[in-house]
Design a protein around this ligand. Structure first.
Ligand code: NDP
Length: 270
């Protein structure tokens, strides 16, 4: 039986084992999937130990996605663009690094929530690992405009500077500079929801019929409350992204694509 695990610090809260167990049951794949708490200074040693034990691959979560990128001996194009890796496949002496976060987010928004991104004005809040991971796939959907706003503006500016040139108006700014601007899709990729902190966003940010999306899942965040106060009707958390990025990793490892809708329903019922 092939073994996989999610490596993180902390990792106890991770829902990945439940999701992959559900995918395995649904597709008849024989796999084992666990959680590994790696010491903050011991990511590479943890990966080496898993490989020695014969693991076939691993998912990587906070705070190791950049280390996983550095450790991979081969990278997919989307991982290279993201500069971060959330999925590792162990093949002999090679470690293949991929990033499935962006495709997971785009699939959740466009397919599950039925919001096409082409031609839309998109605001990405945050410039950390999650924002880096989704930038390439978001740009590939060809919004008319993509604005990255971050507390530390220089990080957003450096994301814009490093992005592959595409025919999309791509800008970086502070939260304060968003006053008076209007967007069709606003994605919160900051971790502010985890600490229940409210972002300094002013009224009038959402266009009619806008989507407000928070990558944090399993709780009503201050960003979601703010969107509700602003009259936004379509508000989503990041559970769909989580399940979709996992499905892409499962496909990479097993070459079988699981159905995500029943797994999302199961996860929401927990
Ligand atoms: P990082 O630590 O790399 O980045 C954190 C980001 O949040 C930075 O942009 C940081 O700004 C910003 N931030 C944190 N606190 C505040 C605050 N109080 N006010 C304003 N900005 C703040 O984290 P990640 O990018 O890896 O993750 C971000 C979130 O996305 C997490 O909550 C994570 O759980 C979620 N996530 C969800 C996934 C899913 O599948 N649903 C997948 C991946 C991530 P600054 O640069 O100024 O410090």
């Amino acid at each position: 039986m092939d073994r996989y695990a999610v490596i993180g610090h902390p990792v106890e809260h991770s829902k990945s084992p439940l999701i992959h167990a559900a995918f395995a049951q649904q597709t008849g794949q024989q796999i084992e999937y666990g959680k590994i708490l790696a010491p903050l200074d011991g990511f590479a040693a943890t990966v080496a130990s898993l490989r020695e034990q014969g693991y076939a691959g691993a998912n990587v979560t906070v705070p190791f996605k950049f280390e996983a990128y550095a450790l991979a001996t081969e990278l997919t194009e989307r991982a290279r663009v993201a500069g971060a890796v959330n999925t590792l496949s162990f093949k002999g002496s090679d470690i293949l690094g991929d990033n499935t976060d962006g495709v997971g987010l785009v699939r959740d928004i466009e397919h599950n929530l039925a919001v096409p991104l082409a031609g839309k004005r998109v605001l990405l809040l945050g410039a950390g690992g999650a924002a880096e991971g989704v930038l390439g796939p978001l740009l590939a959907t060809m919004p008319s405009r993509l604005c990255i706003a971050n507390r530390s503006v220089s990080k957003a500016e450096s994301m814009v500077a490093r992005a592959k040139p595409v025919d999309v108006l791509l800008e970086a700014c502070s939260f304060e500079a968003l006053a008076g601007q209007v967007f069709d899709v606003v994605i919160n990729a900051t971790s502010s929801g985890l600490s229940n902190e409210r972002l300094p966003l002013t009224a009038g940010l959402f266009a009619d019929g806008a989507l407000a999306y928070d990558m944090v899942y399993g709780r009503e965040t201050p960003f979601m409350q703010y969107a509700r106060e602003e009259g936004v009707r379509q508000i989503a958390d990041g559970l769909g992204m989580l399940v979709e990025q996992a499905a892409e990793a499962f496909y990479l490892w097993r070459q079988v694509r699981p159905q995500t809708a029943p797994v999302m329903t199961m996860m929401r019922a927990l």
